[in-house]
Design a protein. Structure first.
Length: 590
């Protein structure tokens, strides 16, 4: 028995030291001496999880549990393995069983909270971490995890307080340092750069923090950080996320066609690396450069051979270029997923086959009733075929409204002055709908300037009044099925358009309600041409559909336009002047 214990302890020590092979060798000896043993199965399961062999780990956890069904450590670690496998629901079941056996098992509560957060069950996750604090488990990791949840719940000041509490307990906690730095960046705080540098000192080589430093510098109007990012990419030319972010930053400072030169240079060094072609094509497509994106992928195929997954993107790009017949033929052999079905529906609209588009998309929303993109294209199909359900979806009175904010004109002028000071970019961002203007970075409504907070307060009151005035609850309607539930404002930003600026028709796939709040408008907006007006319900021009907007809204300072996120919307260009708005999405509180 002593030899058995000695070898098992040695196996535990080898595992803790990261020597997995030695731990497994010792476990072989343990099992040879003592036969089947729950602790040995448990430790071997942890070894297999560490090696990435999750299927074997799952089998070993199950065997260990059979031998000791009331061991909460086995259940807890089994749950952790299931999280690593992406099966969060099954993981919750293991944590819940462990807590039935031992309601005070703090690790199970903590890991359960992390799983709930990953499942976007933010309120449940917050309640779990709050329980831990109330039970006396006020550790740095609990405060840090709680801060991450509060961030995703759009409660920035509470998130900041939680990260600060974590750092008060453990000033070197990497996750808390990174989270607090990100909050500084998102809120436009002056110390965002310094916080990212401090976090990077504890997490050497963390590329997300490097990007944060550069973004914080650009937020202050200092573009010199781009030189640092360029040097990092020269040292690591296969950092794909870095290439994408660097391209977006270069576009925003007005580098024109040169904004992707660094990716071309990397391809020149590594012509057989498919990821570089994917990164370049993704940036080009985001910028609306669909023909160059197609060429990039075809160049990649010639250099690297046909790549799994590229056929869908090639077909999608053919559709964006208006070659709908070719796109349809390329999509035909692909599996029928939600993504391919939605794209097929869009292609059918481009081919002037709205009946077929409607059939495809009706089946999709029946299967995925919260797919905002599918609802957007289905609305167009129903409108083209004269289906009365289009009126039910987009034409009910009150779905589109313009409301006057309760805000003083002088306060609005002060807000405009503040917004101008934070519009530091020179050109419109890649992947956004605006043309001929700039967009603020970060979360506008997370900033603490009095002008921003006063505007937010007025907007929240107007959104609440709009939500209360909508038609009655309808369990089958993508928006009205949520009547009676609570909303939260997410993803806020400001857009400043100048001479000839406009928005192309687009939707907001992550929202329920979308918006445009007018701060400054061009003088032309009062004219008969409706220059700068918002158009809601018109089809994207690239589809070539003769569909006029369902609603047009005149921009007036202090006016808030609200409409369902599945309705396409854009603006008419104006010849001269300034058009400044604040926009956001309203989503369900979670």
């Amino acid at each position: 028995m002593q030899d058995f214990q000695r070898r098992f302890i040695a196996a535990q020590q080898a595992y803790a030291a990261g020597n997995i092979a030695e731990a497994e060798r010792l476990l072989d000896q343990v099992e040879h001496i003592g036969g089947p043993n729950a602790d040995a199965f448990h430790l071997r399961a942890l070894c297999r999880k560490q090696q990435g062999d999750l299927a074997s780990a799952a089998s070993l956890f199950a065997t260990a549990h059979q031998h000791q069904p009331h061991d909460v450590q086995i259940l807890g670690n089994w749950g952790n393995m299931l999280v690593a496998a992406g099966d969060h629901s099954a993981a919750l079941a293991k944590y819940d069983r462990a807590l039935e056996i031992d309601p005070g098992f703090a690790d199970a509560h903590y890991n359960r909270g992390l799983a709930l957060h990953r499942m976007q069950r933010h309120s449940d996750a917050l309640a779990t971490f709050d329980w831990l604090l109330d039970a006396g488990h006020a550790s740095a990791k609990v405060h840090s995890a709680r801060g991450a949840v509060l961030k995703d719940m759009e409660r920035p000041q509470e998130a900041i307080a939680a990260f600060d509490q974590a750092l008060a307990i453990d000033p070197d906690r990497k996750v808390a340092l990174a989270g607090r730095a990100r909050m500084a960046l998102e809120t436009g705080a002056a110390d965002a750069k310094d916080r990212h540098i401090a976090a990077l000192q504890r997490s050497q080589g963390d590329r997300v923090l490097v990007l944060g430093i550069v973004q914080a510098m650009m937020e202050q109007g200092d573009n010199s950080g781009l030189d640092v990012l360029e040097d990092v990419l020269k040292q690591d030319p296969l950092w794909l996320e870095g290439h994408h972010e660097f391209a977006k930053m270069r576009a925003e400072i007005g580098e024109g066609d040169a904004y992707v030169d660094h990716i071309h240079e990397a391809i020149g060094r590594f012509p057989k690396h498919p990821g570089l072609y994917e990164a370049l094509a993704a940036v080009q497509a985001s910028a609306g450069e669909f023909e160059p994106a197609l060429k990039t992928l075809h160049d990649g195929e010639r250099q690297c051979g046909a790549q799994q997954g590229w056929l869908f993107e090639l077909a999608r790009l053919e559709g964006e270029c208006g070659r709908f017949d070719r796109a349809a033929a390329m999509l035909a052999p692909l599996p029928d997923t939600d993504l391919t079905r939605c794209t097929r529906g869009r292609i059918m609209l481009g081919l002037r086959r709205p009946d077929e588009a409607g059939s495809l998309l009706e089946a999709l929303v029946a299967r995925a009733p919260d797919d905002i993109v599918a609802w957007a294209y289905l609305g167009l199909a129903w409108r083209l075929t004269g289906d009365p359900r289009h009126e039910w979806l987009s034409g009910q009175p009150g779905l589109v409204q313009a409301r006057a904010l309760d805000i003083d004109p002088a306060a609005l002028t002060d807000t405009a002055d503040l917004l101008r000071s934070i519009h530091t970019a020179r050109s419109h961002p890649v992947g956004q709908s605006l043309r001929g203007g700039t967009q603020t970075r970060g979360r506008l409504f997370w900033r603490q300037e009095p002008q921003i907070q006063a505007l937010l307060q007025a907007i929240e009151a107007s959104v609440a009044a709009h939500w209360a005035s909508l038609p009655p609850r309808d369990a089958t309607h993508p928006l009205l099925k949520h009547r009676g539930e609570s909303l939260a404002i997410a993803g806020s930003w400001s857009v400043r358009l100048t001479d000839s600026g406009y928005h192309v028709a687009h939707i907001h796939p992550q929202g329920l309600l979308s918006s445009a709040c007018y701060i400054v408008v061009p003088q032309e907006a009062d004219g008969p041409d409706k220059a700068g007006w918002l158009e809601v319900g018109a089809a994207p021009t690239e589809l070539g559909l003769a569909l006029d907007p369902l609603e047009t809204i005149q921009p007036v300072p202090g006016r808030l336009a609200l409409f369902p996120s599945y309705m396409f919307h854009g603006t008419r260009p104006f010849a001269q002047g300034e058009r400044m708005t604040v926009a956001f999405d309203a989503v369900l509180s979670r």
